[in-house]
Design a protein. Structure first.
Length: 432
């Protein structure tokens, strides 16, 4: 029995020796194997191929053995199901005279990468177990898309002014190949001009005009002029908001400490509001510390100016607010972005006080809500409430030196020391 087993084994070796062992490779001749294959949903049908080649070797000395007959090569994917790349794979017939070819596939579905292996089970020289190739990566990726590039803030393109043409960038997910791509963008309240992305580029500028004063949403897509790299049906990128630049208004300095009955602050508008000048109304309010934070977060300039109440002495008189703005209404436009405001105390103080003065400004015109407020810590005493801007000039010669007597100086005479030798004066600093 053992002899028979040995004879069978020897016969198998001899058969393999004469017939060879066939092997399938993923790649191209001569011996250029491919470790990964990637396609996208728009890949042209002619490019949906898996390159393969075959060889037949003598297992003893690894020499080539002629391939006989037709060798049918097929391929299989290691994983299937939702979320994985898939396709309908065909076969290709190869021969000794034509040992390389392409296995075509169709109906590509995007998903995660899977392994692909190719093999043949033809005749005596090829069987699946011994001919199957090493695994290569097989991926179907999404079709290339066209995306709008935001300008700073995520998903927002800032427009400087309404009804004015503005340029922004769009980015293509894949470099343009084969033919230029026509870029088309759409969106309510937006007027776009068509643009063209040239071959070997992946970014292009597009012009847009915002025709409304409220945020508008736009999208872009592309279509290859020839071929199918970019297709209108599946190249749409994510939506992006186009909106007018939101101006920011602020008072500077944003906090200060003063010891006078007046102080200045600057109202600054970072960018002009589209259209005509913007009017701001400003006010200064003396507040208890507990009310300061709310007044900073909700500026009092939005509230109606309080009506002064009657005094205790005379019901027909009115109380003058402690603090006010000399010019409470200012206009800012394209040429004037800032204004100097002066807050002043309308009445003096009869005792030392610590006051919290909140200065606030709000716009009364324009499409945006613009408001700001700052806190001034004011320390006043009766002898320090002079408004020096109201002082009068006198003629003083600052170049003539003036000696000021130190009223605390007292001349102390030295002690009367007797320097006669051998004489000792008690308590005299001169004695030694």
């Amino acid at each position: 029995m053992a002899g028979k087993t040995g004879n069978v084994y020897c016969s198998h070796q001899l058969l393999a020796h004469f017939k060879g062992i066939g092997k399938v490779y993923i790649g191209t001749l001569p011996n250029n194997t491919v470790s990964s294959l990637s396609f996208n949903e728009n890949s042209a049908l002619a490019s949906l191929v898996i390159p393969v080649f075959i060889e037949n070797k003598n297992p003893v000395d690894n020499t080539d053995v002629p391939i006989t007959g037709n060798i049918v090569v097929g391929c299989e994917l290691s994983t299937s199901g939702s979320g994985f790349s898939s396709a309908t794979i065909q076969t290709v017939t190869l021969t000794q005279a034509n040992r390389g070819g392409n296995v075509q596939f169709s109906a590509p579905v995007k998903g995660q990468a899977v392994d692909i292996r190719c093999f043949s089970d033809s005749g005596l020289q090829f069987n699946k177990t011994e001919s199957i190739s090493s695994p290569s990566s097989f991926t179907i990726v999404s079709a290339p898309t066209v995306s709008i590039c935001p300008t700073g803030t995520k998903d927002v393109v800032a427009i400087n002014s309404q009804n004015t043409q503005y340029t922004f960038n769009v980015r293509l997910s894949d470099v343009v190949t084969g033919s230029p791509v026509t870029i088309t963008c759409t969106g309510a309240g937006l007027t776009f001009l068509t643009a063209t992305a040239a071959i070997d580029f992946r970014e292009v500028q597009v012009s847009v005009t915002l025709t409304v004063n409220t945020p508008a949403t736009g999208t872009c897509r592309g279509q290859s002029q020839t071929g199918g790299q970019y297709q209108t049906a599946n190249s749409l990128g994510p939506a992006v908001t186009f909106q007018l630049v939101q101006p920011v208004v602020a008072l500077y300095p944003q906090s200060l400490s003063v010891a006078t009955t007046s102080f200045a602050t600057i109202l600054l508008l970072t960018s002009p509001v589209p259209g005509s000048a913007t009017t701001f109304r400003c006010r200064a309010d003396l507040l208890p510390l507990a009310s300061v934070q709310d007044a900073l977060q909700n500026p009092l300039c939005r509230a109606a100016t309080p009506t002064p109440g009657p005094t205790a002495d005379n019901a027909t008189d009115t109380v003058t607010p402690e603090w006010g703005i000399l010019t409470p209404e200012v206009n800012l436009d394209n040429s004037v972005h800032h204004a100097l405001l002066k807050a002043t105390r309308n009445v003096g103080v009869s005792a030392s006080v610590q006051e919290n003065v909140v200065v606030s400004c709000c716009n009364t015109t324009g499409p945006f809500t613009l408001e700001t407020a700052i806190l001034a810590h004011v320390s006043l005493s009766p002898n320090a409430t002079v408004d020096w801007e109201k002082s009068t000039d006198i003629n003083i010669n600052f170049t003539t030196p003036r000696t000021i007597q130190n009223v605390a100086f007292v001349e102390v005479a030295p002690c009367p020391c007797d320097l006669t030798g051998g004489v000792c004066d008690i308590n005299c600093c001169c004695d030694t």
